[in-house]
Design a protein around this ligand. Structure first.
Ligand SMILES: *[C@@H]1O[C@H](CO)[C@@H](O)[C@H](O)[C@H]1NC(C)=O
Ligand SMILES: *[C@@H]1O[C@H](CO)[C@@H](O)[C@H](O)[C@H]1NC(C)=O
Ligand SMILES: *[C@@H]1O[C@H](CO)[C@@H](O)[C@H](O)[C@H]1NC(C)=O
Ligand SMILES: *[C@@H]1O[C@H](CO)[C@@H](O)[C@H](O)[C@H]1NC(C)=O
Length: 645
């Protein structure tokens, strides 16, 4: 290929005969058939409505020669399918004008280095609907990039270097529904440029450098029709009454990851269709009014001291990592539709709820200042609860006072917990699926509680677990009667505890280990002994399939003072295979060491003899100091020569 192009060049420069030039150029054009270099296949379109002829040219295909794509030849397409073509990672810097084809519907130039383009590159593919320039080097665009593709519906300009857009840039793009300008360098919202996009629904302006959110005083149509607007990761400082046009269509608004400190009281009330508002990771301290249509409120990681007033349709509240010190005022809220409530990472001491939350299925009150399990955590107040997170609270004594049905219970990182007492979980019951006849059991996660050293035998009396995770605690022993180990369908994670490997834990080898080995072997990787000294760090799986009671063996039963088990090195004939294999390894080591020693001494003796002969020769010849150096070491030949003389 390269040769042909070089040849072309040669003809163009050296050959004066026009005819020859033409025929060679034609050859070149005919040769760049896309399907001979790229992957062509007939697949359903993204939305699954029709079949398309999909052309995928990626860095794996050797098509460097199509550099700016003006010499490509579209495939024959006998079935008259729409064409979707992707030119990905080919290092294209300049985009050429694409050859005519009315079937082309989708074009993607992702991950190239496109900086410039020929005028009107798409004017011969007039039915283009989707166009992507994601991950290129575009610094500006001009109106002639989009000539004659008035039907375009989707435009992706994300991950480029656009600093601003000019009012006429999109002037012919009146049918665009989705525009992605994420991760550019825009300093303000390009209001004028967006004006022609009268049916725009999705606008992504996230990860730019936008300072101001001022959309009201514009005649710009788009901001009345946009339904989903993302401004995540910009530098917006405030939201005011001027921010949005009155009676706008925004349903989903993402303002997370900005530096918003001020939100004017009525700022969002112009958003009469707002369903989801994301203000996570800002610096909002004071509350503001929320539109009555709001269903999802994500206010995570701010500095709110008080609960906002949520409308009655609210289903999802995330107020985690704020400065709340109280639960909401029950007389002022209607949480009948609330399904998910996350208030983790606040400074709440008491959770006292008396009014039923009929639809709540997930409650997160982790990392607060709760010292005992709140009374209100019961199935009368929380009839639909499936998931409860209590992690990281300073709870010393676990005890569920009332019946609570759950699927998942999280109690990790409880650093004040030392002992889990009798009946602690007796009132927690599993929540089976009502439709299928599932067994009623729950998953318990109680990991990384550094002081937890005892779980009393009756802790799970009258309840049933599907899985227990008590890894990363300070447990040394565990009662076989704690629960019905064979009914744990999802296993038991006992790893990272300093287990005391004595006869009392033999049942783990007998009962738990074989099941885990077959169904959840990853839970055995870090299941190790912490004591006695001789077994410290040894994995319990070491004893898998031993016929005798490994942990109760003769060697281990040799009890030391105070009734503790100590391991003494034993030379008894009935010593375990661990000791005998150690002996074997030791003797092999000694034999190898002896052999090495013998070999070494033989070598040394030989070497010394040689050295002596050499010294004699040297004396005889009285060579200079440099010669002494030369004869030193491996120069045997030279040495021999010296000897002869
Ligand atoms: C608000 O917009 C809707 C259509 O989105 C329209 O039906 C309604 O009349 C408008 N209300 C006002 C007060 O402009
Ligand atoms: C947030 O606001 C507080 C004062 O209200 C200020 O000290 C802090 O620096 C602000 N943080 C950011 C990231 O702007
Ligand atoms: C873990 O338990 C041991 C005694 O078994 C105790 O000495 C140690 O302090 C405990 N560690 C923590 C973090 O409580
Ligand atoms: C464990 O023992 C059983 C029968 O006693 C045997 O079938 C199985 O292969 C053994 N597994 C291993 C890993 O030794």
């Amino acid at each position: 290929m390269r040769a042909i192009i070089l040849l072309t060049f040669y003809f163009l420069t050296c050959n004066v005969s026009g005819q020859d030039v033409d025929s060679v150029t034609e050859d070149v054009q005919r040769l760049i058939k896309l399907c001979s270099y790229c992957t062509c296949s007939e697949i359903p379109d993204i939305d699954g409505t029709h079949l398309v002829l999909n052309i995928l040219c990626s860095e794996l295909d050797r098509i460097e020669n199509v550099a700016d794509l003006d010499k490509i030849q579209w495939p024959e397409n006998l079935n008259g399918l729409k064409i979707a073509a992707t030119f990905e990672g080919l290092g294209i810097v300049t985009l050429g004008k694409l050859p005519p084809n009315p079937q082309v519907e989708t074009l993607r130039f992702s991950n190239n280095a496109i900086k410039t383009y020929w005028p009107d590159p798409f004017s011969d593919v007039p039915n283009l609907k989707r166009l992507s320039f994601t991950q290129n080097e575009l610094m500006e665009i001009t109106p002639d990039l989009f000539t004659k593709i008035d039907g375009l519906e989707e435009l992706d300009l994300s991950y480029n270097k656009l600093t601003e857009l000019n009012p006429l840039d999109f002037k012919s793009l009146q049918h665009v529904k989705r525009l992605n300008l994420q991760s550019n360098l825009l300093k303000k919202i390009p209001i004028e440029a967006l004006e022609p996009m009268a049916v725009l629904e999705d606008l992504d302006l996230s990860k730019n450098a936008i300072n101001d959110l001022l959309l009201r005083n514009t005649e710009s149509e788009p901001f009345k029709v946009v339904k989903r607007l993302s401004l995540n990761g910009n530098r917006i400082r405030s939201v005011t009454k001027e921010s949005f046009p009155p009676n706008n269509s925004i349903e989903l608004l993402d303002l997370s990851n900005n530096v918003i400190e001020i939100v004017e009281e009525g700022a969002f009330l112009t958003c009469v269709n707002l369903r989801e508002l994301n203000l996570a990771q800002n610096n909002i301290t004071f509350n503001f009014a929320l539109p009555s249509t709001l269903q999802i409120a994500i206010f995570r990681i701010n500095t709110l001291y008080h609960w906002p007033t949520f409308p009655s349709g609210i289903t999802y509240i995330d107020l985690s990592y704020n400065r709340l010190s109280d639960i909401y005022n029950e007389n002022q809220v209607d949480f009948d539709n609330l399904e998910i409530l996350n208030i983790g990472g606040n400074q709440i001491k008491d959770i006292n709820i008396e009014k039923k939350l009929p639809k709540l299925f997930s409650l997160d009150i982790s990392f607060n200042l709760i010292e005992e399990i709140p009374k209100c955590l019961n199935s009368q107040i929380l009839p639909k609860l499936e998931e409860l997170r209590l992690d990281g609270n300073p709870i010393e004594d676990v005890y569920f006072k009332n019946i609570l049905a759950l699927k998942n219970l999280y109690m990790n990182d409880m650093h004040k917990l030392i002992t889990v007492k009798d009946k602690a979980f007796s009132n927690v019951i599993g929540r089976g699926d009502e439709t299928t006849n599932e067994r009623n059991c729950f998953f318990l996660y109680m990991s990384n509680c550094g002081s937890l050293s005892e779980i009393e035998e009756g802790a799970f009396d009258a309840t049933s677990l599907c899985m227990i995770d008590i890894s990363k605690n300070n447990l040394t022993q565990l009662s076989q009667n704690l629960l019905d180990w064979s009914s744990l369908t999802e296993g038991a994670n006992l790893q990272y505890n300093p287990w005391h490997c004595s006869c009392q834990l033999q049942w783990v080898l007998d009962e738990v280990l074989p099941v885990l080995y077959k169904t959840n072997s990853r839970l055995l990787t870090e299941l190790r002994c912490g004591s006695p000294r001789a077994y410290e760090g040894l994995r319990l799986v070491h004893w898998y399939n031993w016929t005798e009671q490994a942990m109760c063996s003769e060697m281990m039963r040799r009890s030391g003072p105070g009734g503790t088990y100590v391991l003494e090195p034993s030379t008894d004939s009935d010593s375990t295979s661990r000791v005998s294999s150690l002996t074997l390894i030791l003797s092999v080591c000694i034999i190898i060491a002896l052999l090495i020693a013998i070999a070494l001494s033989v070598y040394l003796i030989k070497n010394r003899r040689r050295h002596r002969v050499r010294q004699a020769a040297l004396k005889r010849k009285r060579q200079s100091a440099s010669d002494v150096k030369n004869t030193n070491g491996t120069h045997g030949d030279q040495f021999a020569a010296l000897n002869k003389t």
